[in-house]
Design a protein around this ligand. Structure first.
Ligand SMILES: [Mg+2]
Length: 267
């Protein structure tokens, strides 16, 4: 199917639509393409690997930045992790390490979020307020048999927290400590896991070959989109590429553009 015939356009958020969720300045080329797609009857969605904010918060951030976007078209890594667990065990008891966003996504999905045993899943998102007792409790629950989920897979990321602008270690690094302590390997739920892209297209009523994944990151957006059967568009952004593990997937995009406005000419 030609690019012009695609019905669903799924966009990465950080460094594709806006600089990042804590500096939500929109990119002009992203706004131009977004509005063009809507005006011409295409469907648009946002899919982010950010797990520290809920889908509801990310939707709000994007709307304030100028993107017309429905909440049910906004997908966070926390929501994806909740769907992943719910698909396997809808009554799972989950201990969630998060700044609150993933916890909200888990509750919205109907999962039980607990702070006491027994625990079926330990799910870890970035958490800049993480305490040793919570980390230690997570390790204990994993040793007792809980499965370990990494909500997205960033080792570190730029952000601003309690007024301090810095580079912060991400969920992947927190999970590495738990893996080391327990000898249990995590499942990373977030791009590039193809199931996330498949869930997103299915939730909106499309098949993967009707959809396009647009992002700045070959290791997450392109690798995941391609593995799930979506057409992939890489937009070159000069910096702020967050490190992800492509997990051996093909990272070569179907299309590469310097500006998202260039896509309009291709439609
Ligand atoms: Mg990005």
């Amino acid at each position: 199917m030609a690019l012009s015939e695609k019905k669903l356009w799924v966009f990465d958020v950080d460094n594709t639509l806006i600089r990042d969720v804590e500096h939500p300045h929109p990119f002009d080329d992203a706004l131009q393409l977004w509005d063009y797609l809507l005006e011409t009857g295409r469907d648009v969605a946002a899919l982010t690997n950010v797990g520290r904010l809920s889908a509801r918060t990310i939707n709000h951030v994007l709307k304030v930045a100028g993107f017309k976007l429905d909440l049910d078209h906004t997908f966070s890594a926390g929501a994806a992790a909740a769907a992943y667990i719910h698909n396997r065990n809808p009554s799972a008891r989950c201990f969630v390490i998060s700044e609150g966003g993933a916890t909200e996504d888990f509750i919205a999905r109907g999962l039980e979020v607990v702070n006491n045993p027994p625990v079926d899943y330990v799910a870890v998102g970035a958490d800049r307020g993480l305490t040793f007792p919570r980390l230690n409790f997570a390790a204990k629950m994993i040793r007792d048999g809980a499965k370990l989920i990494c909500i997205s897979g960033s080792r570190d990321y730029p952000g601003i927290y309690l007024g301090i602008e810095d580079i912060y270690i991400g969920e992947r690094s927190i999970v590495a400590a738990l893996e080391d302590a327990t000898d249990v390997e995590s499942v990373i739920v977030g791009k590039p896991l193809p199931e996330i892209l498949l869930e997103t297209t299915k939730a909106l009523g499309y098949s993967p070959n009707e959809a396009v994944m647009v992002g700045d990151n070959p290791a997450s957006d392109i690798a995941g989109g391609k593995a799930a059967g979506l057409t992939t568009v890489l937009v070159r952004r000069p910096d702020n590429i967050v490190p992800f593990d492509s997990q051996g997937l093909d990272q070569s995009p179907d299309h590469t553009v310097e500006s998202l406005a260039d896509i309009i000419k291709m439609l």
